[in-house]
Design a protein around this ligand. Structure first.
Ligand SMILES: NC(=O)c1ccc[n+]([C@@H]2O[C@H](COP(=O)([O-])OP(=O)(O)OC[C@H]3O[C@@H](n4cnc5c(N)ncnc54)[C@H](O)[C@@H]3O)[C@@H](O)[C@H]2O)c1
Ligand SMILES: C[N+](C)(C)CC=O
Length: 490
């Protein structure tokens, strides 16, 4: 494999301080695809020191924004140049189809381009000062040293949402990818170096959450922590970050409702209900796993879903006809299985799936059949908990009010969708849905221009869009008195 397979700290490719390594496994067949350093707190501390030095005494934060933008744009170009290699690495590492990975790489290049274009567009703001003979202006400055922690499901996509705005705004950073899917992030650090980002500005530390991640979260030399991952980890990071009142951005899980009214375009709604969940075997934060269907079409809708699901082709992400790959790991497969068991115990009915596949060719991979539960009610754990697997729970509703009530009955508030041809009804529903993203006659669409993030326990702050850029800035008010005079109070 033509990949450094090292950490990148202070402009140098290095092994782990204490020499530990970790094998990276292909979830399709459990083959070892790479062996990378397993850093620990000492590696994280070295990277934090490098980032601190680069921010406090380096030139990156004061480099003209146009120049920083040009370097970020160069990274986008290099990603496009190496798109096929990156897509291959992502599919080997995650098991997702290479077609999905190619799409991810296009999105990722688009993210770097978007933030490159934004880099020099904020010239500050002049305030109409109420004080005579004064100038009042507001400027945005980089926050400082940023710790960035990412999950395994969209390894490079989630990293790009953090790396691009942090670099464009003049911060320095330490990235810690998920320990089980680091390969594309390592590759992008090769491209970051090639693009000319100065030493110490962008650092990569590989290793576990409870060592490297924890150090980034509670080290007082880190000014901001941006985390994407599970709710339990997010709460730990939030606590740790309080040590020096770090700025905090949390992109956490979701249990996302997808509401289908009887007047929706039936075939499109069926098709998109499947897409909304089963891409990447349901390992998507915004997967529409809570399907909420109007009672009058419920049986017909479920029947149509089940017939389509039976024909899904599971397999190697590199085979052209594969539609769904494996889950990420043996541990995750066990978690999904347990979740299905719980659903059965709670009284839900398995309409299709509900087990590992019998296909002998899939036995070395972490596969689980696409599964649909009916007879679901909101009090069930399978309706409330994020399974992060290929599972849909179906609930019924009779009225618009009931649909909205069900949709909002969750601790999460990441995303949700409504399918109807009555646009006034759709607008009424989405106005009441408590989620960071709501789709009307669409599901799971995102692009760099629009902010992404959660209401309720799905997170704090936003990525992407102008807000995603602002997360990496501090706002400063500069007031200048043009005619200073003594006050003579004392
Ligand atoms: N909201 C979003 O945009 C979004 C996007 C992708 C994934 N997710 C969520 O991510 C979750 C799946 O990812 P995961 O299983 O990798 O999540 P996870 O929380 O287990 O791990 C995420 C990252 O946190 C690190 N980590 C673990 N313990 C830590 C600690 N104590 N301190 C600091 N870092 C620690 C891990 O090493 C990993 O890099 C799902 O809940 C999914 O919904 C959310
Ligand atoms: C944010 N998204 C949809 C790209 C990946 C969520 O897991």
């Amino acid at each position: 494999m033509d990949l450094k397979q090292q950490q990148y700290i202070n402009g140098k490719w290095v092994d782990a301080n204490v020499g530990n390594t970790r094998d990276i496994i292909n979830p399709f067949n459990q083959e070892i695809i790479a062996t990378v350093p397993e850093g620990d707190e000492s590696d994280a501390k070295a990277a934090i020191a490098a980032a601190r030095e680069a921010f406090d005494h380096g030139e990156w934060s004061t480099t003209p924004a146009t120049e920083r933008g040009a370097i970020v744009r160069k990274i986008a170009e290099l990603i496009e140049r190496d798109k096929e290699e990156l897509a291959t690495l992502e599919s080997l590492d995650t098991g997702k189809t290479v077609e999905e990975s190619r799409g991810d790489m296009e999105d990722i290049a688009g993210v770097f381009r978007y933030f490159a274009e934004l880099a020099d567009k904020d010239g500050g703001e002049l305030i109409d000062s109420p004080i005579p003979n004064s100038i009042s202006k507001v400027v945005r400055e980089p926050v400082g040293v940023c710790g960035q922690i990412t999950p395994w499901n969209y390894p490079l996509l989630q990293a790009s949402w953090k790396l691009a705005p942090a670099l464009a705004t003049g911060n320095t950073l330490i990235m810690k990818p998920s320990e089980i899917t680091p390969l594309t992030t390592i590759k992008v650090f090769e491209l970051i170096e090639e693009a000319g980002v100065p030493a110490g500005v962008a650092n990569l530390v590989l290793g576990a959450g409870n060592t490297v991640g924890a150090e980034l979260s509670d080290n007082t030399e880190v000014d901001l922590i941006s985390f994407t991952g599970g709710i339990v980890t997010g709460k730990k990071i939030m606590q740790a970050a309080s040590v020096n009142v770090k700025k905090l951005a949390l992109e956490l899980g979701g249990k996302n409702p997808n509401v289908v009214f009887a007047d929706a375009d039936f075939d499109v709604a069926v098709d998109q209900a499947l897409n909304g969940v089963f891409f990447h075997a349901g390992q998507i934060c915004s997967a529409g796993t809570r399907l909420i269907v109007e009672e009058s079409i419920h049986d017909e809708f479920v029947h149509a879903l089940v017939e389509r699901v039976k024909k899904f082709k599971l397999g190697n992400g590199f085979d052209e006809d594969t539609q769904m790959g494996p889950l990420i790991s043996a541990e995750h497969l066990a978690k999904v299985e347990k979740y299905v068991e719980t659903g059965i115990q709670e009284g839900a009915t398995v309409a299709v799936g509900g087990s590992r596949p019998a296909d002998p060719e899939l036995q070395n991979g972490f596969f689980y059949l696409p599964t649909i539960f009916t007879d679901c009610t909101t009090d069930m754990r399978i309706v409330q908990d994020e399974a992060f697997g290929p599972i849909i729970t179906v609930e019924k509703f009779r009225t618009e009010e009931e649909a909205v009530k069900l949709a909002n009955d969750s601790i999460y508030g990441l995303a949700g969708g409504v399918w109807t041809n009555d646009i006034a009804k759709a607008e009424r529903c989405v106005a009441k849905m408590r989620m960071g993203t709501v789709w009307i006659n669409e599901f799971n669409l995102y692009f760099p221009h629009a902010p992404w993030g959660g209401f309720k326990q799905s997170g704090i702050g936003r990525e992407l869009g102008k807000l995603g850029m602002e997360e990496y800035t501090e706002t400063k008010h500069i007031f200048q008195n043009l005619k200073p005079e003594s006050i003579n109070w004392f």
